[in-house]
Design a protein around this ligand. Structure first.
Ligand SMILES: [Zn+2]
Length: 500
C-alpha cells in the first residue's frame, strides 16, 4: 500500500514566501511521526556497522556566512563534526563564563536559534572559532588524525580550552585574543550616527581573525610580543586576515558565491578580499576594515604593523589568484572546485612555512623562502614557485636572481630586499585589539615596577600620614624623614621624586 503524501509545489512556495527572515525549517511533529513509522514498517533501517559509529554524529549550527551587512550570503546552516555539548563547548573551545546563558542542543543535537539573539551569537561565535581551528588542524593532519594544535598555555597537565566571550566587551569598538585570560573577547557598540548596535562577534572575518592570532600564538609564542621587529608583528596581523580568507574559501557555498560574484577573477571586487565589511561600513569604509587585494610594497609602509601586514596579505592573495588562474580549466572542472583546492593547498603551505620560520624575529623573507622550499619538496608545478618568488619580489620582500618569466632558482634562499631597520620598534596603533593588548607589550610589568616603586617609597618614608594642607598647596609630605634611612629625604619630599 502506497502511503506517500504528495505536497503540491505551490503550497510549499506559498508557505516559504511568507516565512520570516532567518527561518530554518525543522521537521514538524507529524512528519517526524511519519518518518518513525516508515522506518519501523516500510523502510527498516539497515543495522549500523561499528565503523559507522567511529565518528560522533556532530551538530548543525546556524551562522552568519560573512556578517549581517553582507546580505547576499546571509545566514546558513553548517555542519560541525565532533562532539559538542551544551554551551556550546567541546574539548578545545568553551563559551566563556560568566557570559551568555548556556545554549542547549535540540533533540537532534543541533544548535539552531534565531539570529539577532544572545543565543545565536554564542552559537555563531563558537562555530567560527571551531571551524577555524578545524581548518588548521586538517592542514597539519596526518591521514585522518587531526593535528592537536595546542593553545599557548596547553601542556601535559593543562588542557584548558580557549574561552569565547561573544559579548565580552560591552560598548567597546574592539575585539581581541588574550593569552592571560585564555580567551577571545568581542565588543559591541552603536556606531556614530547609527541607531542599531553592531556586534563584532557576528562577523566571520573578525572572529576568525582573532582565532588566527590564538592559533599562531600556540605555534610561535614569541612572535606576538611587541619587542620583535616590525615584520614579525606584520606576520601575526596578516595571519589573522588570511585566516578569514582561508576560512571563507574552505566553505564550498562561499567559494561558489565568490566565483559567481567575480566571474572567476579574484581581483574583481569581492567580499572575499574585503575584511569585516560591517565594521568597515561603521567607519565609513566601503571596502571593509581592510582590503587584501592591495598593491602595497614594503618601502611604502615603514614600521606601522597594520600597513606592513597588508603587504604580506596582499602578496599571499596575489599568489592565490595566480595559482587559481593557472589551475583553472572550465572545460574540465568547476571553477569553485579549483579555487577550493588552491586555497586548501596554499593555507597548508603558508602554515608549514610559518612553523619552519625562526622562533622569534621572523621576517617576510624567512617565510617566503620557506614557502619556496616546501612547494618544491611537495613537487608542485614549477609555476607555483615562480608565483611565490615573483609576488614577493614585486612587494620588495626578496630580491629575485632571475627574471619574472623564468623558472625559480634552483637554490633558494633569496636575499631579503627591504628590511626592518636595526632596532626598529613596532608601531601597533592601527592594529586590532589583540596586537594592542597589554599582554604582549609587557605593560603589566611596567605597572608592577611602578607598584614596587611605591611600595619601596612607603617602606622608606612611611605612608598614611597624608600631604600637608598648610604649605600653600605644594603637596608636601608630612611623613618626615625616612623611617630607617635618616637623611636620605626629609620633610617636603614629593611622591614623584621618591619613585625610582
Ligand atoms: Zn589582529
Amino acid at each position: 500500500m502506497d502511503q506517500k503524501v504528495i505536497v503540491p509545489v505551490e503550497a510549499v512556495l506559498t508557505k516559504c514566501a511568507a516565512l520570516p527572515v532567518g527561518y530554518v525549517p525543522t521537521p514538524s511533529a507529524p512528519y517526524r511521526q511519519h518518518r518513525k513509522s516508515a522506518q519501523l514498517t516500510q523502510e527498516p533501517a539497515t543495522p549500523r556497522l561499528k565503523e559507522a559509529a567511529a565518528f560522533p554524529p556532530g551538530s548543525r549550527v546556524l551562522i552568519w556566512k560573512q556578517d549581517p551587512s553582507v546580505s547576499e550570503m546571509g545566514t546558513r546552516k553548517s555542519y560541525l563534526p565532533g562532539t559538542i555539548l551544551e554551551g556550546p563547548r567541546d574539548a578545545r573551545i568553551a563559551s566563556g563564563k560568566p557570559g551568555i546563558a548556556p545554549v542547549s542542543p535540540n533533540t537532534f543535537g543541533d544548535f539552531i536559534v534565531s539570529p539577532n539573539t544572545d543565543q545565536f551569537d554564542a552559537v555563531h561565535t563558537f562555530a567560527i572559532v571551531r571551524q577555524t581551528l578545524t581548518m588548521y588542524q586538517r592542514a597539519l593532519a596526518s591521514k585522518a588524525i587531526a593535528a592537536p594544535l595546542p593553545w599557548q598555555w596547553n601542556s601535559a597537565s593543562d588542557t584548558a580550552p580557549l574561552q569565547v566571550f561573544p559579548h565580552g566587551l560591552p560598548n567597546v569598538m574592539n575585539a581581541f585574543y588574550s593569552r592571560s585570560d585564555r580567551a577571545l573577547k568581542f565588543g559591541d557598540f552603536v556606531p556614530s550616527g547609527a541607531s542599531e548596535r553592531m556586534y563584532t562577534c557576528r562577523s566571520l572575518d573578525i572572529v576568525s581573525h582573532e582565532t588566527g592570532h590564538a592559533v599562531l600564538d600556540g605555534l610561535k609564542p614569541k612572535w606576538i610580543l611587541s619587542n620583535n621587529p616590525p615584520q614579525t608583528g606584520g606576520l601575526h596581523e596578516s595571519f589573522g586576515d588570511l585566516t578569514a580568507i582561508f576560512l571563507t574559501l574552505s566553505q564550498l557555498d562561499q567559494v561558489e558565491a565568490v566565483i559567481a560574484q567575480t566571474k572567476a577573477d579574484l581581483h574583481d571586487k569581492t567580499f572575499l578580499a574585503d575584511m569585516a565589511e560591517q565594521f568597515g561600513l561603521a567607519l565609513g569604509r566601503p571596502n571593509g576594515l581592510r582590503n587584501a587585494d592591495n598593491d602595497l610594497k614594503l618601502s611604502e609602509v615603514g614600521n606601522e604593523v597594520h600597513a606592513l601586514s597588508q603587504v604580506f596579505t596582499g602578496a599571499i592573495y596575489d599568489i592565490l589568484a595566480d595559482i587559481f588562474t593557472f589551475d583553472r580549466g572550465p572545460g574540465l572542472r568547476d571553477d569553485a572546485v579549483v579555487l577550493h583546492r588552491a586555497a586548501e593547498y596554499l593555507r597548508g603551505l603558508l602554515l608549514r612555512a610559518l612553523i619552519a620560520s625562526p622562533d622569534s624575529g621572523a621576517t617576510y623573507a624567512h617565510v617566503a623562502n620557506q614557502m619556496l622550499k616546501i612547494v618544491a619538496a611537495d613537487q608542485r608545478p614549477v609555476e607555483y614557485g615562480n608565483f611565490i618568488r615573483n609576488r614577493f619580489t614585486l612587494r620588495e620582500v626578496v630580491l629575485a636572481a632571475v627574471a619574472a618569466g623564468e623558472n625559480r632558482d634552483a637554490a633558494p634562499p633569496l636575499a631579503a630586499n627591504v628590511s626592518d631597520q636595526e632596532g626598529a620598534a613596532q608601531d601597533r596603533r592601527a592594529c586590532c585589539g589583540t596586537m594592542n593588548h597589554a599582554d604582549y607589550a609587557g605593560l603589566e610589568d611596567v605597572l608592577e615596577s611602578e607598584r614596587q616603586g611605591l611600595a619601596q617609597w612607603c617602606r622608606d618614608y612611611g605612608c598614611g600620614a597624608g600631604y600637608g594642607a598648610d604649605d600653600g598647596g605644594n603637596g608636601n609630605w608630612r611623613g618626615g624623614a625616612p623611617a630607617e634611612q635618616p637623611g636620605q629625604a626629609g620633610a617636603g619630599q614629593g611622591l614623584g621624586q621618591g619613585r625610582q
